[in-house]
Design a protein around this ligand. Structure first.
Ligand code: TK8
Length: 335
């Protein structure tokens, strides 16, 4: 067969193979919301996900992103997905533990030692195990992105040891594990939606909050806080959740695009989160915050004080959920 004919035959075949796939892709507008500002690394992840949609659907999909709790806080937006009135939310796992108790496993203090562990657990069998629970709550987890290691900021004093927490009014995410952890540390812990934190700090209704450096930076907490201490007391994942009710109206081809593009966004977002973390720390200290590492002795005392949180919440989270996490971490650390 002449080369030119072979080439045109191959091209025709490729087009014919491509056509049915494109035929299963409808014109769609997808709404995604979250609680942080667009300047947060989640903004880079969303941009990458949008570019992925453009490439895979030929522009048939539009992704409209809403920031800074514009469509409600994490819990409200997640409920909108469950009722089928919104497609997607990028939410921390912690604020929705009231709906999905198993997610509390990620709130256990000092669970992950570093980002590499978090990625290995979240992107591996354990992450799939947790994602497999989401459909029963009306949700599909497309991917885990990074909120990150949480550090305490406050307007009173550096945290050097356990006693420095005494009586501090700390905002925590709305979940009993964080509440217990910070009460055990001796603080007056106050559950609050993320969107209310800045004004509560500004009016001195609370003394403290805890979040990763990139959130402290992009949500301007440095304007209303004096101290930031590197407690790294928990690692929070973001979940890129999709409404199951709406998911079921998507073809298999379209569902695969949602998953593939959430993973493209994940890798960009994590890279951006880690690259920006040191930059954010520099920015918040240049803005006047006093940063301190917590001395090893103080950190050991703090970790020991909250160890009991694991046993107190194991049944609520689910004994199997906790045991499988600890076994997965033990196996990872033995490698
Ligand atoms: C943003 C929240 C936030 C979380 C919190 O939607 O509530 O402190 O860390 O980033 O999910």
């Amino acid at each position: 067969m002449k080369p030119i004919i072979a080439a045109s035959l191959a091209a025709t075949l490729a087009m014919s193979v491509a056509l049915p796939a494109h035929a299963q892709i409808s014109t769609r507008t997808i709404t995604v919301s979250n609680g942080i500002a667009e300047e947060h690394p989640v903004g880079d992840g969303v941009a990458a996900m949008r570019a992925c949609y453009d490439e895979k659907t030929g522009g048939a999909w539009t992704l409209n992103a809403f920031w800074s709790s514009a469509l409600g806080d994490d819990l409200q937006a997640t409920q909108a997905l469950r009722s089928g009135t919104q497609e997607m939310v990028i939410t921390s796992s912690s604020p929705i533990v009231g709906i999905i108790p198993a997610l509390g496993v990620f709130d256990l203090p000092f669970l992950f030692a570093n980002e590499a562990e978090a990625d290995a657990i979240l992107d591996g069998e354990y992450g799939d195990y947790i994602s497999g629970m989401m459909p029963e709550y009306g949700l599909i987890n497309l991917a885990y992105w990074e909120n990150g290691f949480r550090n305490l900021t406050n307007s009173l004093r550096p945290i050097q040891s356990l006693e420095d927490f005494d009586g501090m009014r700390v905002r925590v995410m709305q979940n009993n594990i964080f509440l217990d952890t910070f009460q055990t540390l001796g603080t007056n812990a106050l559950p609050m939606a993320f969107g209310e934190v800045f004004s509560a700090l500004e009016t001195r209704t609370i003394d403290a909050q805890e979040n990763p450096y990139v959130t402290i930076d992009t949500s301007q907490f440095f304007e209303v806080q004096e101290y930031v201490s590197a407690t790294r007391h928990a690692y929070t994942p973001f979940m890129v959740l999709f409404s199951r009710a709406l998911w079921e109206n998507y073809s298999a081809e379209e569902q695969q695009i949602l998953v593939d593009c959430a993973i493209v966004g994940r890798d960009v977002q994590r890279e951006s989160s880690r690259a920006l973390s040191e930059e954010s720390l520099a920015r918040i200290t240049e803005a006047g915050m006093q940063h301190n590492e917590v001395p090893e002795e103080g950190l050991a005392e703090i970790r020991a004080a909250v160890q009991g949180v694991y046993d107190r919440h194991k049944d609520t989270i689910g004994a199997e959920v906790v045991d499988r996490m600890l076994a997965a971490l033990e196996e990872l650390r033995a490698q």
